[in-house]
Structure formats: structure tokens, C-alpha cells
Write a protein that binds this ligand. Structure first.
Ligand code: AMP
Length: 258
């Protein structure tokens, strides 16, 4: 695996051909692995990136607490058959100091966007930059971050970018908890409660009842909302640090919503 720690270095010796790209923020788990395995299976070359993008963190404590497992991540990517790992820095990605931004004005303000000011502008801006640097034929995104996937897919269409955005199903723990890098920050008590989110949004309870039950169990609930044939949840558990968890399920699999 070639490790490239400079955007200029990547561009000056850019891999060509049928490239699959998996952008990540590291602290890799089986969810990321599923995207990478798919890219490796479908592409001549797979490029992965690890970049914890500060512009998508509305909360500095959340950014500071974001897990970092770079040594293990490199070994994992190598063993999965990744060809190139891009590890850019802030000044390489934002030579403009983030003067230029990609902003969506509607859906990005709903769901997570209503609770994380500027989050999706940070996401869309960094993904636009990474796609322009890597120039993949396909880029893989998890449905765990369903709103992110939809916004990126629409951005690519809107700006006529020549890349296919491939959605990948959510990988879960055996108790239903959606895998997330942030799960590393759950203390034992919060880890025990965390699967409740998936259990409840997959049940026949209505959204308000679900929010009530989560609050009763110690969660701080950002939203439980149904739209576009899915039920979406975001809730925070624990204190040291607080861990914000998101999840979604198709309504067809969620029984009859009252
Ligand atoms: P992140 O490192 O959290 O930015 O995630 C990188 C990519 O992995 C994104 O496209 C996520 O949607 C995807 N991803 C994260 N967790 C999961 C999961 N549990 N199942 C499937 N994809 C995931």
C-alpha cells in the first residue's frame, strides 16, 4: 500500500484507471471495511483516505474526543487490499482557509443539520475537494450516514461530477448497534443502553413514544423523525465524553408506524 501524506504529491503522481474511493475519518471498524471490500471487489485500484475534517465538527469537544487509531488503521487497510492511502493535512485541504464552501440550502438544514450548524457544509466541501483530488470512478458511502449520502449524491448530480456515488448498507453489532468510530468512546453503561436506539426505531412505536423511552433511559434526544420512507434517530448518551449516536431504518422493515 502506498501511503501519500501530501495532496500535491498525490496530484503529481495521481493513480489512473478504474479507481474506487473510500473517504473516512479513521478509527476504522467493520462498517468501513464493508465499503473498502466492495471497492476492492469492483475496482482496479482502491484509494482510501483518513482525514478528520475539522470544518464538519460544530463542537470542539467532539473533535478533541474523536478517536485516533492510525497505526491499526494502516495495517487494516493494507490487509484489505487498499492500494493507496491518502493522509492529507488541514493546510493542504484548505489552502484558502475555508473561504470557499459548498453549501446546500434545504435538506442540509434538516435532521442532523438542524442540530449541527455548518456540519453538512463542512462535509460537502471536503468531499468535493477529495473527489477532485482523487478523481475516482466510484466513491463509496455508508447508509449509516444516510443524510450525508443523499446530500453527496445530489451534489455530484448538481455539479455534473463524473463519479458514481455507491450507497452501502449499515453494518451493525450483533445487538443491533450501528458500528461507529464514536462507539469507542462509550463507557460500559452507555454501551449497554446504546442498542436501544435501533431496537426502538425498528419497533411499531410512534416517534414521540420512542423519544420518550430514550429520554427515560438517559439519552438526550436530538430527533426521531420519519421521512423519505425511513425513520431517523439522533441521540446522545454518556458524559465523559458525551457520545452522539445516529441511526436509521427503512420504514418497510419497521412494522406499521402508528
Ligand atoms: P466516517 O469515518 O465516520 O466518516 O465514515 C466513513 C464512511 O463509512 C462513511 O461513508 C460512513 O457512512 C461509513 N460508515 C460508518 N459507519 C458505518 C456502518 N456502521 N455501516 C456502513 N457504513 C458505515
Amino acid at each position: 500500500m502506498r501511503i501519500v501524506d501530501s495532496v500535491a504529491g498525490y496530484i503529481s503522481d495521481r493513480p489512473a484507471g478504474d479507481i474506487g474511493f473510500v473517504p473516512t475519518m479513521g478509527a476504522l471498524h467493520k462498517g468501513h471495511e464493508s465499503l473498502i471490500a466492495r471497492s476492492v471487489a469492483e475496482s482496479e485500484l482502491t484509494v482510501a483516505s483518513i482525514y478528520v475534517n475539522p470544518t464538519q465538527f460544530n463542537n470542539p469537544d467532539d473533535l478533541a474526543a474523536y478517536p485516533d487509531t492510525l497505526v491499526e488503521d494502516k495495517a487494516r487497510l493494507e490487509s484489505l487490499g487498499v492500494d493507496v492511502l491518502l493522509l492529507p493535512t488541514y493546510s493542504q485541504i484548505y489552502p484558502d482557509g475555508y473561504r470557499y464552501q459548498v453549501e446546500e440550502t434545504q435538506f442540509s438544514h434538516e435532521l442532523c443539520g438542524a442540530h449541527r450548524a455548518g456540519h453538512f457544509t463542512g462535509v460537502l466541501t471536503v468531499v468535493m475537494k477529495l473527489l477532485n483530488i482523487v478523481r475516482p470512478r466510484r466513491a463509496y458511502f455508508g447508509e449509516k450516514d444516510y443524510q450525508q449520502y443523499r446530500l453527496i449524491s445530489d451534489m455530484v448530480e448538481t455539479f455534473f461530477l463524473d463519479v458514481e456515488i455507491v450507497p452501502c448498507p449499515i453494518v451493525r453489532e450483533s445487538d443491533g448497534l450501528a458500528l461507529s468510530s464514536r462507539n469507542l468512546n462509550l463507557d460500559a453503561c452507555s454501551r449497554e443502553k446504546a442498542p436501544l436506539i435501533h431496537q426502538l426505531i425498528s419497533s411499531e412505536l410512534d416517534n414521540d413514544e420512542i423519544a420518550g423511552r430514550l429520554k427515560d433511559s438517559g439519552f438526550e434526544v436530538d430527533y426521531i423523525l420519519s421521512r423519505d420512507g425511513r425513520r431517523f434517530a439522533a441521540a446522545t448518551i454518556g458524559r465523559n465524553p458525551p457520545v452522539r449516536l445516529i441511526d436509521n431504518v427503512p420504514l418497510a422493515g419497521a412494522g406499521e408506524i402508528k
